[in-house]
Design a protein around this ligand. Structure first.
Ligand code: DQA
Length: 152
């Protein structure tokens, strides 16, 4: 597991964290979350590749590249979570451990947020813990990768 690289992908509108609907998403910015992830990844001995895009095709390109460049994917696909079969297909093709993250508890919100295509390719889901969910996802990912390495 030492030296494993985790791709942390953020989808549309997550660049606006901190100013976007703070009652729902909190005051933390995406840069704050990246910093917390970098700190935690260093403690776990993981390398981090933290990215954001508002474009579905860009997210898919990065997921495809992860097959070669990463050992696991942590994904907050934003609203694409609820719409994108293409992202689901890309995640399945990547054949990597995937953890789905949402800042808000999507199951307490509007009905259209209760369906997640990403979940169909995810080992697990963390939602409702704000930015801390990313740190929890990193810890979970480290365990998943360690368990897979033990069995090799
Ligand atoms: C979100 C939840 C989605 O429903 C929403 O479209 C987002 C953010 C979250 O992190 O809570 O953009 O993924």
């Amino acid at each position: 597991m030492a030296g494993a690289t985790i791709l942390v992908l953020n989808g549309p509108n997550l660049n606006l964290l901190g100013v976007r609907e703070p009652a729902t998403y909190g005051r933390e910015t995406l840069a704050d979350i990246e910093e917390a992830c970098l700190e935690h990844a260093a403690e776990l001995g993981l390398s981090l590749d933290f990215r954001q895009s508002n474009h579905e095709g860009q997210l898919i390109d990065w997921i495809q590249e992860a097959r070669e460049n990463a050992d696991g994917i942590i994904l907050n696909a934003g609203a694409y979570t609820h719409t994108s079969i293409a992202i689901l297909d890309a995640l399945k093709a990547a054949e990597l451990p995937v953890i789905e993250v949402h800042l808000s508890n999507i199951y307490r919100r509007e009905a259209f947020r209760h369906t997640s295509y990403v979940s169909g390719a995810a080992n697990g889901i963390i939602c409702g813990f704000g930015g801390h969910g990313y740190v929890l996802a990193l810890a979970a990912m480290a365990r998943l990768i360690a368990a897979a390495t033990d069995h090799d």
